[in-house]
Design a protein around this ligand. Sequence first.
Ligand code: GRF
Length: 190
Amino acid sequence: MDEVNIAVFVSGNGTNLQALMDADLAGGKIMLVVSDKKDAFALERAKKKGVKTFVLTKEGFDTREAYDQELVKQLKEEQIELVILAGFMKILSPYFVNEYKNKILNIHPSLLPSFKGLDGVKEAYGYGVKVTGVTIHFVTDKLDEGKIMMQEPVAISKEDTIDSLREKIHKVEHRLYPEAVRHFVRGELI
Ligand code: GRF
């Protein structure tokens, strides 16, 4: 079976990280959790699972590229081959994207290209669409763009509140992201 060393990038709660750490990744191995926030709860989740963490805040870096150079250095040391963004709130520079071309995945809580940006659930709910969903895509240096790998729709019912919708979306994310990683590890193009 193929072995793929994975780094998961987080900034917050880390429920997707948790789902990935708990899942069978078909030979994918989470070697490192990277956070740009010292107090991200996701770091606690990683420590509990015995996964190495690396915190890099933006302080002391004049440019996005300088920050990303430091990140790439760390990833190379750990021989990371796949980068998974799971609620990471920074846009990667062209330098980073080029270093890991076609090896960076992101999950977004809407059916892209609709409702890009910081809070896709709130945007979709506020707009009043009847169907939204989850997208997993390859990452470019543009926000929420890049080739779509997987998508799954989520219906919004009259009874849904923003919180119940968030819950529905998270449930789909937690199943879909490990599935996407397994596809990547097996080299399946979908
Ligand atoms: C997810 O909804 C994901 O789609 C978005 O950020 C959120 C992260 O949630 N990119 P969590 O930290 O994994 O709970």
